[in-house]
Write a protein that binds this ligand. Structure first.
Ligand SMILES: *[C@@H]1O[C@H](CO)[C@@H](O)[C@H](O)[C@H]1NC(C)=O
Ligand SMILES: *[C@@H]1O[C@H](CO)[C@@H](O)[C@H](O)[C@H]1NC(C)=O
Ligand SMILES: *[C@@H]1O[C@H](CO)[C@@H](O)[C@H](O)[C@H]1NC(C)=O
Length: 435
């Protein structure tokens, strides 16, 4: 009983608001409601079945430690942490599974509200970071400003508004250049491959547009659910639009513009509530399905405590607003400050578009048909603009969703095998469709 009481005590209004916003951020609500109904039907009639007494004997799974370094070491790999400083003073943590002397460097970059840990959650023999290490690559895992690992700055505190005055634009023009320069300097060779998931691709395209000299240090790029055009989807982004003003005010007043960091409520839930029994597992998992699309077959319930222990990992409100803007405008362009400030900032009433057409490095685009945010129409639009797409790949699983790229049971077979082939310049069978 005490665990239950502790749980209730750990909930505050703020947590509830945060949770709702988190859901709103990713989900397609209309789909989601259907999903919830389906989920609820799957529940036994009485939720009071939950045996809270059991919690006394409940032994917490020691694997549910959420530190990337420790998780890597526990799997028996060497792990390193490096801190890089961006030109505008943010301190970013790069995790690394170092390769041998002549190993080729690859950088894996996480999605919004995620961290380096997402690349290892599936565990040894499955997670992309380990598979690449097994192939002899020098594996680097980045952390964008504002997430659990990169909440530091040479002079600003994360409690200040100014710290959170960034979007994926700054991640593209400062964070990625800092990481890529650090790796290529250390290795004295270009980055062999950049793998981005969702926002990890968004910021890369910002960099390719605004800092092409850095993009030239990268030899190949692989996209999981490229987040460049994100309109024409049944996304929850549109449901938050009527409340955008209130959203901004709440975020500023209560959260100094920080969006959904890891917190005690989530930690507690993931540690003590979700793994309790079948029902709590289902409840927790349905939250994930709400957020990302319903794909229970690919979801490994055992990983739930680890996933919730890692994500959401925090970002700025401005990042969310910038995504919301490109969704609205149906254009991949810089932050819209409103007509007057745009004139000052950009010398034009509208923000300038990012230049995608000059992104000349070889690019592979992977997408899933169950993805609520990045759909096939958007990916094809990007495909037609990019000059050098070497692979356009629809993951052969009908419900494959936005996070299946990192968490799906069959991600190794459905996705990573092909990633490794592309990295090794091996022949792909069903190669790109026509434009
Ligand atoms: C790697 O390089 C270091 C020094 O540069 C050398 O001592 C070591 O033997 C090398 N290891 C391998 C496996 O070649
Ligand atoms: C983009 O490419 C076009 C033609 O290939 C070239 O004229 C232009 O200068 C390039 N722009 C940038 C920003 O590199
Ligand atoms: C689910 O995750 C657990 C814990 O990592 C693992 O032991 C198990 O093999 C996974 N199941 C599948 C089907 O991938």
């Amino acid at each position: 009983m005490s665990v239950f009481l502790q749980f209730i005590k750990s909930i505050s209004i703020i947590d509830v608001i945060k949770l709702v916003m988190y859901l709103a951020l990713f989900c397609n609500f209309s789909n989601a409601i259907t999903d919830v109904k389906t989920q609820l039907h799957a529940f036994p009639e009485k939720i009071s079945w939950i045996n809270w007494e059991q919690s006394k004997d409940f032994k917490f799974n020691p694997d549910a430690t959420f530190d990337t370094m420790e998780m890597i070491k526990r799997e028996g790999y060497p792990a390193e942490t490096h801190v890089v400083t961006t030109e505008d003073g943010y301190l970013l943590v790069l995790h690394r599974i170092p390769g041998g002397n002549n190993s080729l460097p690859v950088l894996l970059q996480h999605a919004v509200l995620c961290t380096s840990a997402d690349w290892i959650i599936l565990g040894k023999g499955k997670a992309l970071a380990y598979l690449l290490a097994d192939q002899g690559y020098d594996v680097w895992l980045g952390n964008f400003r504002g997430n659990t690992y990169s909440r530091a700055h040479i002079s600003l505190s994360p409690l200040e508004l100014k710290f959170w005055d960034f979007s994926f634009h700054e991640m593209g023009i400062y964070d990625l250049p800092a990481m890529i320069k650090f790796i290529t300097n250390m290795k004295s060779q270009p980055l062999h491959t950049y793998v981005g998931h969702s926002m990890g691709t968004t910021s890369f395209y910002v960099m390719a547009s605004e800092r092409p000299e850095i993009a030239r240090m990268v030899q190949k790029m692989i996209n999981f659910a490229p987040g460049v055009f994100i309109d024409k989807v049944e996304s929850a982004l549109k449901y938050i639009n009527p409340f955008l003003r209130e959203f901004k005010i709440i975020m500023r007043l209560f959260f100094h513009d920080e969006l959904l960091p890891q917190n005690d409520f989530l930690k507690f839930t993931s540690k003590y509530i979700c793994p309790q029994n079948f029902i709590t597992q289902q409840l927790c998992a349905s939250i994930i399905f709400l957020i990302c699309g319903n794909d229970p077959e690919q979801f490994n319930y055992t990983l739930l405590p680890v996933i919730l222990g890692v994500d959401p990992a925090g970002t700025s409100t401005k990042t969310f607003l910038h995504f919301n803007q490109i969704n609205h405008a149906s254009k991949f362009r810089q932050y819209d400050y409103g007509r007057e400030k745009n004139l000052l900032m950009y010398n034009s009433p509208e923000p300038p578009d990012y230049n995608l057409a000059n992104t000349t490095l070889p690019i592979a685009l992977f997408y899933g048909l169950g993805d609520l945010l990045v759909n096939i129409v958007n990916v094809k639009r990007l495909y037609r603009i990019l000059p050098n797409v070497i692979d356009l790949y629809e993951v052969p699983w009908r419900k494959f969703n936005h996070v299946d790229f990192i968490w799906a049971k069959d991600a190794p077979k459905l996705v990573y095998e092909r990633v490794i082939k592309i990295m090794r310049n091996e022949n792909l069978n069903n190669v790109t469709s026509t434009k």
